[in-house]
Design a protein around this ligand. Structure first.
Ligand SMILES: Nc1ncnc2c1ncn2[C@@H]1O[C@H](COP(=O)(O)OP(=O)(O)O)[C@@H](O)[C@H]1O
Ligand SMILES: [Mg+2]
Length: 312
């Protein structure tokens, strides 16, 4: 990102503990410590004090709490602002924006408790507007796709930009090479064009010739999880009420399986995502919560504050 001037947090990377420690001591908190490898979502610590930053560093580099993913560490400037997930389709030449979304990582209401794979999401973000859309494409998504080309690693598919919308414009926290989960559940229902046509166009390098249309509707998705998730949980419980939901409600199965008699049983931590669309976020949110209460299984829990964006 630095090489191609893609806006991101200022950072320094270290493979030596003492050098990282020395650098951290010169910073003003908050400061972000990142293991420079895949760490199953446990490699990033936003530290509010130097003490906490040094503890995080010791955990990653000395105690190796995320294994070899912690051989290198990034120490990053803390970016404040609003977080948003941006997406684009690309055939390595054309870059076409998808609609963006906001997701919820913490298990409990008010962003409390441990991180999860994602407890809910909504689209569009209330602060998203044409100027922001343009900046995201012009400064981030398009340059990233050209950069990968220039580096001899052209990328085709869905590019996911995890962004912080700061007072100085959108900046990148991370890129992923996929749709988001649970963001896909609230962006793809807004897609009016057939996704298969888009995928084929990407494969045939014809994305520039494909018209991609999105609905103006808002979409809200809430994840129903097993009791105890993201810690240990039990599975195999029957799920009641799946046929009780309104016709226009989408229920995406993730951690489910079919029992011997054809009944649906829980089989994972995140069990279902229940999704509603509406003219506004508030309407979609009311619909999703009116319907989610019809579905039940033993120990089931879900956040009650997804897309509760009053005042945003
Ligand atoms: N530079 C930063 N400034 C502020 N918050 C950050 C920064 N980097 C990461 N974060 C926070 O930490 C979370 C996880 O970081 P991310 O880079 O997305 O890693 P992961 O691979 O675990 O998703 C982000 O969603 C964001 O809330
Ligand atoms: Mg992330």
């Amino acid at each position: 990102m630095q090489k191609y001037n893609i806006p991101c947090a200022r950072s320094a990377s270290f493979s030596e503990y003492t050098k990282a420690e020395e650098y951290i001591r010169q910073q003003t908190p908050p400061i972000v410590i990142k293991a420079d490898g895949l760490a199953a979502g446990k490699g990033v610590i936003v530290a509010d004090s130097i003490r906490q930053a040094l503890d995080a560093l010791a955990g990653i580099m000395q105690s190796k709490i995320v294994g070899s993913a912690g051989d290198r560490v990034l120490v990053e400037e803390y970016l404040s602002g609003r977080e948003m997930s941006a997406f684009a389709f690309t055939d390595a030449h054309a870059v076409v924006p998808m609609v963006p979304a906001c997701d919820y990582k913490r298990v409990y209401d008010g962003d409390q408790g441990p991180n999860t794979g994602g407890m809910g999401s909504y689209s569009p973000p209330p602060f998203y507007n044409p100027a922001l859309a343009k900046a995201v494409m012009k400064n981030i998504m398009s340059p990233a796709v050209s950069a990968m080309h220039e580096e001899g690693r052209p990328y085709k598919g869905v590019l996911y930009g995890g962004l912080m919308i700061t007072n100085n414009g959108p900046k990148v926290l991370e890129f992923n090479a996929r749709f988001g989960d649970p963001e896909a559940q609230v962006t793809l229902p807004r897609l009016k064009t057939d996704l298969v046509d888009i995928m084929l166009a990407i494969d045939n390098n014809e994305l520039d010739k494909t018209k991609i249309e999105w609905s103006e509707d808002a979409c809200v998705g809430v994840v129903m999880a097993s009791g105890g998730y993201p810690g240990s949980y039990r599975t195999g419980f029957p799920i009641a009420g799946l046929n009780e939901v309104d016709k226009d409600i989408l229920v995406f199965h993730a951690g489910t399986k079919m029992g011997a008699a054809g009944e649906v049983l829980t089989s994972g931590g995140r069990v279902l995502t229940v999704v509603a669309t509406g003219r506004t976020i508030a309407e979609a949110r009311d619909k999703v919560y009116a319907n989610i209460s019809k579905i039940n299984f033993e120990g089931c829990h879900y956040r009650k504050d997804i897309a509760d964006i009053k005042g945003s």
